[in-house]
Design a protein around this ligand. Structure first.
Ligand SMILES: C[S@@+](CC[C@H](N)C(=O)[O-])C[C@H]1O[C@@H](n2cnc3c(N)ncnc32)[C@H](O)[C@@H]1O
Length: 490
């Protein structure tokens, strides 16, 4: 465990100890009782009216004499077509009651114990019910949810938004076993009748809601300038939910309030930038063992972020970006791959990116011409070798098609046509030399290998140097940008 992890664990332990202590103190002072207002229950429950027919509802932290949950379901028993309503409540060191309502009569029965939702008799009631609806004690939120999940119950409960990042709760949100309800709850009534305001209380549920299937309207487009990458996570940072780019198909860190807008058809949740998230997917995104907690940008720590990815959709871009040709001055081959240039620089130079049916050679955005663009693509995240090996052309003398497949030529062919355009270069190419040494970068790329699934063409016609001569010789102004870029930067 790293020093940072230990630090955060200690901090978390201390905070938990403190908050539990505060809650214990609060309880002894009898002010941990925050009663939910009738109008808040009504406002949220209106979204679920279809889901109660023939169901047994259990309010397991609710004294029926004062609980608005019990009152709401009793009032709406017929309208919701409920089968039964049950309530139990807790009083320390006191036997409490189980109250049942069947739409006509209410019965009360003394429990053996104090009504703790974790007691065997309350668990037996839980097993027999369909939906649990209540505002449970905040301090026991984790065990309350764990019990619901263990018994595979439907639920709609009130809790603090802070719970989103608890290590027991976040995986449930990520795996679509629980989500946020429709509203936030801002006020509760205290036993003395006064109102206590809160800023971070919401509903948690596993009952389906319409909101959850409404995709976020995304209007922004990805640019590397506007969306910096974290130093320590392989993801871009977004500070406002409304700024999530509609066309970035890799990992994005977003504020935790995203969870309130999460539509599982639109996004996949990968994890969060919390040291406790040790899921394989998040570990794979971590770039710095010494900074596992929170994302950093230029050394500055960001707030907690949820790591998400847009699900595949027709709106998603293919990752190729058109940038002004001055980009070439800033090109970092470890970060981006150059795919081609726009067609006004020469026929075929867009390498298949241009829409064949459109006669305009300039890039068009909503019908308006843009200046010449270089097309680039962010490099693959992985450092793992893709299995492609560059070998000297003398390999062809030894070539055994049962053993190897020849994929391509790193630097070109002599025909000057679109298909054969020598764009393929391997940015992280490593040349393995005879003596066991290796050569990286441009030198490795001048080694010729050729795509020869078309066996009719002669396999290798030119070396890279010869191609360079070929382009210099033939170059017009528009060619030279591309040919020089390709050959020099490769
Ligand atoms: C936040 S209050 C909400 C009360 C009520 N459900 C409402 O919404 O108005 C939480 C309630 O849980 C009760 N409680 C505390 N520990 C409990 C336990 N172990 N089992 C069941 N209820 C408990 C408290 O007495 C308190 O009334």
């Amino acid at each position: 465990m790293s020093v940072i992890q230990r630090h955060f664990e200690k901090l978390t332990e201390r905070t938990e100890r403190m908050s539990n202590e505060n809650l214990r103190n609060a309880r002894s002072q009898k002010n941990d009782e925050y009663f939910t207002l009738y109008e808040d229950i009504e406002k949220e429950l209106e979204h679920y009216t279809e889901q109660f027919e023939d169901k047994i509802v259990y309010c397991n932290c609710d004294n029926p004499d004062i609980s608005n949950f019990y009152k709401y379901f009793k009032d709406n028993f017929k309208r919701l077509k409920l089968k039964r309503l049950i309530a139990t409540h807790y009083i320390q060191n006191t036997r409490t009651e189980k109250t049942e309502f069947d739409g006509e009569t209410e019965t009360r029965e003394l429990l053996n114990g104090n009504g703790d939702f974790r007691s065997d008799e309350c668990i037996d009631i839980l097993k027999g019910c369909d939906i649990v609806i209540t505002n449970p004690p905040f301090s026991l939120f984790r065990s309350f949810v764990a019990q619901l999940i263990e018994h595979n119950k439907k639920f709609l409960i009130i809790g603090s938004q802070n719970a989103i990042t608890y290590k027991e709760i976040f995986p449930l949100l990520k795996d679509n076993k629980m989500w946020l309800g429709n509203n936030h709850v801002k006020e509760f009534r205290k036993p003395d009748g006064t109102i206590q305001k809160f800023g971070n209380i919401c509903w948690f549920t596993n009952l389906d809601i319409k909101k959850r299937h409404e995709p976020l309207k995304l209007t922004k487009h990805y640019t590397p300038e506007e969306y910096p990458r974290y130093d320590n996570y392989n993801a871009i940072n977004v500070n406002k939910i409304a700024d999530i780019p509609c066309d970035y198909n890799k990992y994005i860190g977003v504020p935790i309030t995203f969870i309130d807008k999460y539509c599982p058809e639109q996004f996949e949740i990968i994890g969060h930038t919390h040291y406790s998230d040790t899921s394989l997917q998040v570990e794979e995104l971590r770039l710095d063992e010494n900074h596992r907690h929170r994302g950093y940008i230029d050394g500055q720590e960001k707030y907690a972020r949820i790591l998400i990815k847009l699900k595949d959709s027709d709106n998603l871009c293919n990752g190729i970006i058109g940038v002004p040709i001055t980009y070439i001055d800033k090109h970092n081959p470890d970060e981006f791959e150059i795919i081609g240039v726009s067609e006004e620089c020469g026929v075929g130079l867009s390498c298949g990116i241009k829409d064949e049916d459109n006669t305009t050679k300039h890039p068009l955005v909503e019908g308006k011409k843009k200046y010449a663009r270089i097309f680039i693509k962010p490099k693959e995240d992985t450092e793992i070798c893709n299995g492609v090996i560059g070998v000297p052309i003398s390999f062809l003398e030894k070539f055994n098609p049962e053993q190897f497949e020849i994929l391509g030529l790193t630097s070109g062919r002599n025909e000057f046509d679109k298909e054969a355009w020598p764009i393929k270069k391997y940015e992280k190419a490593i040349q393995h030399n005879k003596d066991g040494s290796t050569t990286n970068g441009s030198k490795a790329n001048t080694r010729a290998t050729l795509i020869i699934d078309d066996a009719k063409s002669p396999p290798v016609q030119l070396s890279a140097d010869a191609i360079f001569k070929f382009f210099s010789f033939n170059s017009s102004t528009s060619f030279s940008i591309f040919s020089i870029t390709t050959l020099i930067s490769s």
